[in-house]
Design a protein around this ligand. Structure first.
Ligand code: SF4
Ligand code: SF4
Length: 180
């Protein structure tokens, strides 16, 4: 299993083209996603997310009213203050709010830790969306490919899944960073 973040980035970036081809392969073959989810759940148990936090650095996190209330309660603040101080309008859905992106990622990220962990919104709880019973692999192929370079859970689960289902990618030209 690859857990080193720099290596995951290098390998995931090198496999971007392969993963796009894999996405197309999944779209045209009826491959069950439950084995993928079981693999991902197993891998998740062996990954220390507090050593990574990439999802907190690179995700857009939508928050609904109930989640804003939960954050407010956790912080001992008024919901309006949370909205004003920690969220912005979603540029793709102006009536929705997303967590403010500070310079190093989510506004609630401190180092690699979430400062509102018990009250974090649902998208944070569910990430990387590979647990059994959440999303289907088919519904999240594009983001899985994108996150292969950022999330060790996704990278390792994808590679094991390819092996499990006997997927053999066509040879591609190596990514320049792969040789570094
Ligand atoms: S990107 Fe993946 S491994 Fe990293 S903290 Fe998020 S869920 Fe954990
Ligand atoms: S709310 Fe917490 S878990 Fe969610 S993105 Fe921000 S720091 Fe990460």
């Amino acid at each position: 299993m690859v857990t080193d973040l720099a290596k995951v980035f290098r390998l995931g970036a090198a496999k971007a083209q392969e993963n796009r081809a894999f996405r197309r392969y999944l779209a045209t073959h009826h491959v069950p996603d439950r084995p993928f989810q079981l693999l991902a759940s197993e891998i998740q148990r062996h990954i220390d997310c507090t050593a990574c936090a990439n999802c907190c650095r690179y995700s857009i996190v939508p928050v609904n009213g109930a989640e804003i209330e939960a954050i407010a309660q956790y912080l001992g603040a008024m919901p309006e203050a949370v909205i004003c101080r920690y969220t912005v309008a979603d540029s793709e859905a102006r009536s929705s709010r997303i967590l403010l992106d500070a310079s190093g990622g989510c506004v609630f990220l401190d180092g690699n830790l979430c400062t509102i962990y018990p009250a974090r919104p649902r998208p944070c709880r569910d990430f990387p969306h590979v647990a059994v019973g959440t999303h289907t692999l088919g519904g999240r192929q594009s983001s899985l490919a994108r996150w292969a370079a950022l999330c060790p859970i996704i990278y390792n689960a994808l590679e094991r899944y390819k092996h499990l289902i006997g997927y053999h990618p066509r040879p591609t030209r190596p990514h320049p960073e792969a040789a570094a």
